[in-house]
Design a protein around this ligand. Structure first.
Ligand SMILES: CC(C)(COP(=O)(O)OP(=O)(O)OC[C@H]1O[C@@H](n2cnc3c(N)ncnc32)[C@H](O)[C@@H]1OP(=O)(O)O)[C@@H](O)C(=O)NCCC(=O)NCCSC(=O)C[C@H](O)C(=O)O
Ligand code: MG
Length: 357
């Protein structure tokens, strides 16, 4: 562990100074594309400006034979495309794979000036982040970069979850964490076969009307499906917030089930996540909508803020609005909502209009 005094010193001579604060850039949808897939690659220029983050995926879902083509494809796309306000991220191959080192070396030296964030899969502990941190600093120095490339870890092993707090704190480069529910389920030996989302077997059943066999076996007892990911997301959110970085729900693999996708994303939004992955163009709109507060919530939050300003503006006291008590703590929640709305309105003209009305 570096001392507090050394934490913000560059890890290589000539590397840019680490950021002391991670900028809160909108990243409601992190859209995955395979740069070796010509059809997907062709869609990237048209997606610029329609999604907060475009992510060139080099890891899982890219065939081993296509790894080099995906890496080269991403370099080409990054050089040929003007991304404007849309961020460019990549997911590199895991650190124990034969491709991870070449991914980092090629991408940082070739396109490090336009690459915002490197997503590192299967991070198990602070040691993985320390390795990437030093290597990125060396590569940045070699490439003459003037701003640091940030790092995003995927939480997809039991050990990673157990170490999530130290992972978040491991480097000033840490931008955020995503849940990787498919790999995590496999690593935990969960008995699921899905990429994220719920499971009909993970439920709580209503008590029987009485102790009779008829009541116990009655098909009319209501069942309530539970969220398999609640514990992990909650822990991830706390670890991120504690370290000034951002939590994300990961993928929802049932592309056709747009309703359940929206529900899963909304659960994550309500628990504190700032975005989710989009695997198919149709999931971009879902994530962008869900991770933007509703006009009603923003209007209510503004009313609470205004009520406190009328009371003197120091954020203390209590007031009744619509029959409900609002105090210092509810004001703080409303300020979270208002700040997010203001930040999104800056990049999204539709939301600007919606939140103004
Ligand atoms: C899921 C898909 C394989 C579906 O692809 P396809 O069957 O081609 O879908 P469609 O026919 O509906 O596609 C319509 C057109 O849209 C293009 N398309 C599809 N997906 C994308 C995309 N992501 N970006 C850009 N364009 C896309 C198709 O090419 C069609 O084009 P056209 O024919 O010209 O009209 C596919 O969507 C896909 O592979 N998506 C990405 C999957 C991915 O990245 N997976 C990895 C992330 S999840 C993960 O790794 C798990 C995680 O780590 C964990 O552990 O939990
Ligand atoms: Mg995974």
């Amino acid at each position: 562990m570096r001392s507090a005094k050394d934490f913000f010193r560059p890890l290589a001579v000539g590397a840019p100074a680490p950021l002391t604060e991670i900028p809160a850039r909108p990243s409601r949808a992190i859209h995955f594309f395979d740069p070796s897939n010509p059809k997907m690659a062709a869609k990237v220029p048209d997606m610029v400006g329609t999604v907060d983050v475009l992510l060139g995926n080099l890891e899982d879902a890219v065939k081993a034979d296509n790894k080099a083509a995906a890496r080269e494809g991403l370099v080409r796309i990054a050089k040929e495309t003007d991304f404007g306000a849309t961020q460019l991220w990549t997911r590199v191959n895991s650190l124990d794979s034969p491709w991870g080192l070449d991914d980092l070396t090629t991408l940082v030296t070739e396109i490090g000036d336009v690459l915002d964030v490197v997503m590192v899969p299967k991070v198990e502990g602070a040691e993985d982040i320390h390795y990437v941190d030093r290597l990125l600093a060396q590569l940045e120095a070699k490439a003459g970069l003037t701003r640091p490339v940030l790092v995003h870890a995927i939480l997809e092993t039991a050990r990673g979850v157990a170490n999530v707090e130290e992972i978040c704190a491991a480097s000033p480069r840490m931008q955020g964490i995503s849940l990787g529910p498919a790999d995590l389920a496999a690593d935990r030996r969960m008995k699921t076969t899905r990429v994220g989302g719920g499971h009909p077997g993970y439920l709580v059943r209503q008590d029987p009307a009485d102790g009779s066999a008829e009541a116990i076996e009655s098909p009319s007892r209501a069942v309530y499906q539970q969220d398999l990911w609640h514990y992990t997301i909650s822990r991830m959110v706390d670890a991120c917030v504690m370290n000034g970085i951002y939590p994300y729900y990961g993928p929802f693999g049932d592309i056709a089930d747009v309703v359940a996708c929206e529900d899963q994303f909304r659960n994550a939004f309500l628990l504190g996540c700032v975005g989710a992955w989009s695997l198919h163009p149709k999931q971009v709109a879902i994530a962008s909508r869900v991770f933007s507060p509703t006009a009603d919530d923003v209007a209510h939050a503004r009313r609470v803020v205004a009520a406190f300003e009328e009371m003197g503006g120091d954020g203390t006291g209590a007031v009744m609005l619509d029959g409900k008590m609002e105090d210092d703590a509810s004001l703080k929640q409303c300020l979270v909502m208002v700040r997010l709305a203001d930040q999104l309105a800056e990049v999204d003209p539709t939301l600007k209009e919606l939140y103004a009305s």
